[in-house]
Design a protein around this ligand. Structure first.
Ligand SMILES: Cc1cc2nc3c(=O)[nH]c(=O)nc-3n(C[C@H](O)[C@H](O)[C@H](O)COP(=O)(O)OP(=O)(O)OC[C@H]3O[C@@H](n4cnc5c(N)ncnc54)[C@H](O)[C@@H]3O)c2cc1C
Length: 395
């Protein structure tokens, strides 16, 4: 997508007398939402991104954007119309199966759900298109950061160049280079990894699998392994095959040998219905291993002048369908706080952090059932169905 989202004059608020230069590290959904909300308020910022270009990496699959966090952020960013244009209709449907392929529960998508699905890459693109040219400096991988005092920080890039900034925002994800300025916490392996697969043209090439997945998402959940699959645009199926195994266990699987790795992962699912195991064995690309990490739940820090974090850099948690939504809400809330206190960034950062800490801690404990560990009482399809039913019944 190449079209630029026009920023209508009416959506740009009166230029705030911001005296501090703002440096954002990371052009993920969180960092870009912050840059966009600042722009809406007439406040310039520079985003430094490690990747060499917007197209450097496939941005992954679909995200459901929730009406209680991600959509609020897009509203603040003035991008709801563009967002609505990205929604893939029908994808909020959900099927829960057991390992034999029996349907346990089904939710239809009647178009009234609060979690419409979009492609992450397209969502990122509308944010990029909404920023003035040059806002994102691609190919700037941060290698280190240090405090200069008086709230100023120096950022060093991999090529040896540096910038000094009055406000540094770490939106640089799980392995943030900004986080050490605020906290000694580092992400830890959660005991589970997922293996990603894609099946293309599934309606014609893999009709039984396409039928099992249905129009939206499909979940098969057991205490120690699971498959989560989604119908993306058209009839592309995207699966996350989850296994609660140690990193040593996965290290013994040679993912450079796609066929061997596929066979080894599929072996763990022997006895499962063929339309489910086909999501592993019939993948059209080499399986991709994604080990999962989290920061301690409730991760927080004492206020340090001139620097803060948002999104995964602040509160990386086991995937539970909230992370991208929270990153965007963080970006929007921080942008609003800075616009409200343009001459007092410490007040803005305090307000933002005091709301963000409990919000992210609560989201991390309200995990989607797919994130529960094998010891959890909630790690059953039954509890997942109960959760869905309660969701449907709540106003
Ligand atoms: C398997 C999986 C499935 C998920 N599914 C969902 C889902 O369905 N819904 C949902 O809401 N969330 C989901 N999440 C979580 C979601 O992906 C993250 O929470 C979200 O991307 C966080 O956004 P962010 O902007 O904070 O960080 P990121 O998206 O990680 O963006 C960080 C950016 O910073 C850049 N960067 C990193 N290091 C540096 C550096 N040193 N210098 C410069 N730039 C740097 C990166 O290149 C990247 O562009 C999932 C996560 C995983 C692992």
């Amino acid at each position: 997508m190449t079209c630029r989202v026009p920023v209508q004059q009416s959506t740009i608020r009166k230029k705030a007398p911001m005296t501090t230069d703002i440096t954002i590290i990371g052009a993920g959904l969180g960092g870009l939402t912050l840059a966009r909300v600042l722009h809406v308020h007439g406040i310039p910022a520079t985003v430094y991104e490690a990747e060499p270009s917007p197209a450097a990496r496939s941005q992954g699959g679909m995200l459901d954007i929730h009406d209680y966090n991600g959509q609020l952020a897009l509203e603040t960013a003035g991008l709801m119309d563009e967002f609505r244009g990205l929604i893939i209709e029908g994808r909020q449907a959900m099927r829960v199966l057991d390992p034999e392929g029996t349907l346990l529960h089904e939710l239809a998508d009647d178009g009234t759900g609060g979690r419409p699905e979009v492609l992450r890459g397209e969502l990122r693109q509308i944010l990029l298109d909404s920023l003035p040219a040059g806002t994102v400096q691609w190919g700037h991988k941060v290698s280190g950061t240090r405090t200069l005092g008086d709230g100023r920080h120096e950022v060093t890039f991999a090529d040896g160049s540096t910038v000094v900034t009055g406000l540094l925002v770490g939106a640089d994800g799980a392995w943030s280079r900004v986080r050490p300025l605020l906290s000694a916490a580092t992400p830890e392996y959660i005991g589970k990894s997922v293996v990603e697969t894609y099946l293309f043209d599934a309606d014609t090439r893999h009709p039984a699998v396409a039928k099992a997945v249905g129009a939206g998402a499909m979940i098969v959940l057991t205490p120690d392994k699971e498959i989560f699959a989604h119908r993306e645009k058209g009839d592309t199926l995207h699966a996350y095959v989850g296994l609660y195994e140690s990193q040593d266990w996965f290290a013994a699987v040679d993912f450079a040998d796609a066929a061997g790795a596929t066979a080894r992962i599929a072996q763990e699912f022997s006895g499962w219905a063929p339309e489910l195991t086909a999501l592993i064995t019939d993948g059209d690309i080499a399986p991709v291993l994604r080990p999962l990490y989290a920061l301690p739940t409730g991760h927080r820090w004492d206020r340090v002048p001139g620097v803060t974090l948002l999104g995964d850099a602040a509160h990386l948690s086991a995937p539970n369908g909230e992370g991208a939504n929270l990153a965007m809400l963080d970006g929007a809330e921080l942008g609003k706080a800075l616009a409200a206190h343009p001459d007092d960034i410490e007040t803005a950062l305090t307000e933002y952090e005091q709301a963000m800490f409990p919000r992210s801690a609560e989201a991390a404990t309200f995990e989607g059932a797919e994130a529960h560990g094998p010891d959890s009482d909630n790690s059953t399809a039954h509890d997942l169905i109960v959760a869905f039913t309660q969701q449907q019944q709540s106003p």
